[in-house]
Structure formats: C-alpha cells, structure tokens
Design a protein around this ligand. Structure first.
Ligand SMILES: [Zn+2]
Length: 92
C-alpha cells in the first residue's frame, strides 16, 4: 500500500463545547478533502470520516461515495493528535 494521507489543513465546521461535538473539514496534502466528526469528553475520539465528493478518491479513483478513508481513520487521528490539529482549529 503506497498511499498514505497526510493532513495539510484543518478547519472547524461546527463545534459545540457543551455537547463535545465537533465537525471539521480536513484537507489532505494530495488535495483530497474529508469531513470528520469528533467527540471530546475530554479525550478526542473520531466518530466518522468521509471523503467530500469534490475530488476523486486517491485510492479507488471513484468520484462518488466510497469507504476508502475508513482504513486510514486511526492514522489520520494520530496525525490530528500529534500535530494538535483540533486544538489549532478550535481556537482559531
Ligand atoms: Zn475510494
């Protein structure tokens, strides 16, 4: 498996501090855009990730919905934690 997504940018789409529910728009280095959902209580936990259908999938090349990003959910989550993407997006 040669493809490995890397996060280029993260943008807060929705955040509710009281409920601990967050939605982010994630841009990957290769131009792929994803929507990710998180809960925070207080640990960050990814609940869902899906590719936005603006660009073809880098894995299967489909330009409609697919589940390819699911296999990198834990990898991407680790990048989110290591590089503190959520903290940066939430405080912006
Ligand atoms: Zn795919």
């Amino acid at each position: 498996m040669s493809y490995r997504p890397r996060i280029a940018d993260l943008e807060l789409a929705y955040g509710n501090k009281e409920d601990g529910l967050y939605e982010f728009k994630m841009n990957l280095v290769d131009g792929t855009k994803c929507r990710v959902f998180y809960t925070r209580s207080p640990e960050w936990k990814m609940t869902n990730i899906s590719r936005l259908q603006k660009t073809p999938c880098p894995v299967c090349r489909k330009d409609f919905i697919c589940k390819c990003m699911d296999q990198w959910a834990s990898d991407l989550h680790q990048q989110m934690i290591d590089d503190q993407w959520m903290e940066k997006a939430v405080t912006e």
